[in-house]
Design a protein around this ligand. Structure first.
Ligand SMILES: [Zn+2]
Length: 273
């Protein structure tokens, strides 16, 4: 099943890119079209070619690539984006090519083009507009029960909608929200402001656990990332509920699916209250 990249997929992608790009000089940086979801910076080629990569990191679902020129390239994988290392061939959906001094070729492949590429100054990255109102990293020290309780206080929206709101917590998407709510035993439709502190504690632990397990699974696939297509960031996982409508939940109940606004929610009515 093709999935949209969320935090663990981006984390794994960045780790894979780091293995090839860290401390490398970029000998060729070639956008092959003018835009993805929005225009690719016209000076990307000029500012990145010849630069040395000094660091790679992740914020929410964005990958950050820093160079010794004080620039930072920020990419988002959208719905279908993926990086490939030394792909066997270059096709119509390979929209950005990067070559390194050590002879590797990287391609950003994105058939649906909902991804993005931007370039900012490294010392001003926090002012990049998607980041300015973004909540804390779910695996970082600023995310926790007290913070989450304060953010959800008085909220009548569903807990699922609240967790997808990037201003409350960054980087969560449909898959890991469904998984964490199942692990915590909380119904996705429950009003966000009416969840007790002990249950929020379980939720925070569940969010950290589902993300960490996915990152570990992704990391283990990276060790043999020499897949024929060189594709990074996607790995097969065993979901608790996601994509498992009609199949058994761990509790013995049956996973159900409901659709709101075109988005599927998978949950178990027996153990999620
Ligand atoms: Zn269940």
């Amino acid at each position: 099943m093709r999935i949209m990249p969320e935090l663990p997929e981006v984390e794994t992608t960045v780790a894979g890119l780091r293995s090839v790009l860290q401390d490398s000089v970029l000998t060729r940086v070639e956008p092959r079209r003018a835009d993805l979801r929005w225009p690719i910076p016209v000076d990307l080629r000029q500012r990145m070619t010849g630069a040395r990569v000094t660091g790679l990191s992740r914020r929410a679902k964005y990958g950050l690539i820093e160079t010794d020129r004080g620039d930072m390239m920020i990419f988002h994988l959208g719905m279908s984006g993926r990086w490939r290392i030394d792909p066997p061939e270059i096709g119509a959906h390979d929209h950005l090519l990067i070559e390194t001094g050590s002879g590797h070729l990287l391609s950003l492949n994105d058939p649906r083009r909902f991804g993005s590429i931007d370039l900012v100054r490294s010392d001003a990255w926090a002012a990049y507009s998607p980041f300015t109102r973004m909540g804390p990293e779910p695996l970082g020290p600023d995310f926790g029960v007290a913070m989450l309780a304060a953010a959800l206080k008085g909220k009548g929206t569903s807990i699922k909608a609240a967790l997808l709101d990037q201003r409350i917590v960054a980087g969560l998407g449909n898959i890991y929200v469904c998984e964490a709510l199942n692990m915590a035993g909380i119904a996705p439709t429950r009003a966000a402001g009416k969840i007790s502190r002990p249950r929020l504690t379980l939720l925070v632990e569940a969010i950290r656990e589902v993300l960490t397990a996915a990152i570990v699974a992704g990391g283990s696939t990276l060790r043999d990332y020499a897949r024929p297509d060189g594709e990074l960031g996607y790995f097969s996982k065993q979901w608790r509920v996601y994509g498992r409508e009609g199949q058994p939940c761990l509790c013995g109940g049956t996973v159900q699916r409901r659709v709101d606004g075109g988005r599927s929610t998978f949950f178990c009515p027996k153990c999620q209250k």
